[in-house]
Design a protein around this ligand. Structure first.
Ligand code: LIP
Length: 262
């Protein structure tokens, strides 16, 4: 791990903390959804744009030569070191005043994830990961769960209008047939970090985007989770499938849901 990346990681933690505080101050009160739909059930709030612009400004001031890509504005700067942000992951929850959402920021070096920060201020939790330096939740080391039987596993499956219903139903059916307990929480980034700390034993999403996962990928790797080759399979340039799973059930689940891990 280079000093340049470690310096960026430390600086980014402060930026994400401030961005998360801004997001929390803009969160709608509990109640019906406040925001607009970019497409069916794909929500957008004022905070998504405001938080992304905030992070972009701060990272540009700190590291003007770095690249920057966000969910809302796309790739606005290029560089061999590139920041990839989801300003509010779990916007459908955020829009209703729920707690399950986060600010997710990942650093890629030549398209390889090297550092990640996922901050859920309404939950009082921040996940961090730096390649070669471990994965942490609020500063405490984390690792994927020791579960080795899908019949005692808890598995989350992400939903979006990007996935045809028959495909979604087929995968949920395979999860149930494996004897696992299903979940769906509305934030891919928080589901992936839940796998990293063993609160979940696996997460599957058929079509998810780089900004949803860039922060969590280094955290998963450092926590010993097995992850399908999302970046190789098109995730660098568009939506792709992800399976992140505890090592003890990786082979069985990969076979059951037909998502290769290599
Ligand atoms: C969400 C992801 C979730 C997916 C949703 C959406 P957003 O991101 O976290 O996994 O199922 O469709 O993409 O829109 O809240 O940033």
């Amino acid at each position: 791990m280079t000093a340049a990346i470690e310096r960026r990681f430390e600086a980014a933690r402060a930026v994400v903390d401030d961005a998360a505080r801004l997001a929390l101050s803009m969160r709608p009160p509990p109640g019906g959804p406040v925001g607009t739909q970019k497409s069916a059930q794909d929500w957008l709030t004022e905070a998504d744009g405001a938080v992304e612009a905030f992070i972009s400004r701060r990272m540009a001031a700190l590291f003007p030569d770095d690249g920057f890509q966000g969910e809302e504005e796309g790739a606005t700067r290029s560089g061999s070191l590139r920041w990839v942000v989801d300003p509010i992951d779990g916007t459908s929850n955020f829009a209703r005043g729920r707690n399950r959402w986060c600010v997710s920021l990942g650093l890629l070096e030549d398209d390889r994830p090297v550092a990640g920060i996922v901050c859920a201020p309404a939950l009082g939790e921040t996940y961090t990961g730096l390649v070669g330096k471990g994965a942490f939740l609020n500063g405490k080391p984390i690792k994927a769960s020791p579960v080795n039987d899908t019949r005692s596993a808890m598995i989350e499956m992400g939903w979006s209008n990007r996935v045809p219903k028959p495909v979604f139903m087929e995968k949920i059916g395979a999860i149930l047939d494996s004897g696992a307990m299903p979940r769906s929480g509305g934030s891919g980034a928080l589901a992936l970090t839940d796998v990293a700390c063993g609160r979940l034993d696996a997460y599957i999403e058929i079509v998810i985007n780089l900004w949803d996962v860039a922060g969590a990928l280094p955290i998963l790797a450092e926590a010993g989770a097995k992850v399908s080759p999302f970046l190789r399979d098109g995730g660098l340039t568009g939506g792709a499938t992800i399976l992140a799973v505890a090592p003890g059930i990786a082979e069985a689940l990969s076979k059951a849901v037909q998502i290769p891990l290599i």
